[in-house]
Design a protein around this ligand. Structure first.
Ligand code: ADP
Ligand code: ADP
Length: 228
């Protein structure tokens, strides 16, 4: 069954001077458990699509259903709840708090969710073990390599047990060794049944997904099963 379904999504930015049509009628469905990359050149609409998929913004027209619920006309407060409960975000810049240990960083989404501290520690430890950092729980981000920091942020994305993992240029700040390391982790999570949507402008990274959607000028221009 489709976990995500977009129908004819348009997104128009009104700058006051001109209107920019960033998405011009995007329809797509992502199956539960799939690993999908969205790729395309700069300015093609990837970030706009990522923001809508992640419930950070809503379409100007068209519908977006996540897990069977139409989220395209929800209020900001309701969208925030959907984000916290259903989506694990991974960003290019890691977005880890530098003064906190890896364990505390991974615990943060559970703090917001009101999970008691003993359970938080246990789940954060489990998530860090899952990404291969069970021995690094007390390290601060500055004491970890870029690849390790990104794995901490994947652990933070996993710890709430989200229905969707949404990764926005997750390898953009990584060298090739760490890039492979993080992509290996995504493969591993995919095989464990997770649904992953990966946004990247790098064709080689996109090819690591099972399915690759290409976006050009605000429209899906290509939809293929990866060749590798
Ligand atoms: P990508 O992530 O592929 O680079 P974006 O989604 O950022 O593409 O941008 C798609 C188009 O929408 C571009 O023409 C961009 O300039 C425009 N755009 C994006 N965000 C805004 C905004 N907040 N206001 C006005 N135009 C925007
Ligand atoms: P970039 O990939 O360009 O480095 P980021 O990954 O920092 O940018 O953020 C991408 C978008 O997601 C930004 O528009 C930002 O406002 C939003 N964002 C960043 N962190 C969070 C978060 N923890 N929760 C919700 N939205 C976020």
């Amino acid at each position: 069954t489709a976990l995500l379904r977009m129908e004819n999504v348009r997104k128009v930015y009104d700058t006051g001077v001109v209107q920019v049509e960033a998405l011009r009628g995007v329809s797509l469905a992502v199956e539960e458990g799939d690993f999908v990359a969205i790729t395309g050149p700069s300015g093609s609409g990837k970030s706009t699509l990522m923001h809508i998929l992640g419930c950070l913004d809503v379409p100007s027209e068209g519908t977006y259903e996540l897990g069977g619920t139409d989220v395209s006309r929800m209020s900001e407060a309701d969208l925030a709840l959907v984000r916290n409960r259903q989506i694990g975000f991974v960003f290019q810049q890691f977005n880890l708090l530098p003064s906190m240990t890896a364990l505390r960083n991974v615990e943060l989404p559970l703090v917001y969710a009101g999970v008691p501290s003993a359970e938080r520690h246990e789940r954060a430890r489990e998530a860090l073990t899952r990404v291969g950092l069970g021995e690094r729980t007390d390290h601060r981000p500055g004491e970890l390599s870029g690849g390790q920091q990104q794995r901490v942020s994947v652990a933070r994305a996993l710890v709430t047990n989200p229905t969707l993992i949404l990764a926005d240029e997750p390898t953009g700040n990584l060298d090739s060794v760490s890039t492979n390391d993080v992509l290996e982790l995504f493969h591993d999570l995919h095989h464990a049944g997770r649904t992953i949507v990966l946004i990247t402008h790098e064709p080689d990274v996109a090819q690591e997904a099972r399915r690759v959607l290409r976006i050009t000028d605000g429209l899906i221009s290509d939809d293929t099963v990866a060749t590798r």
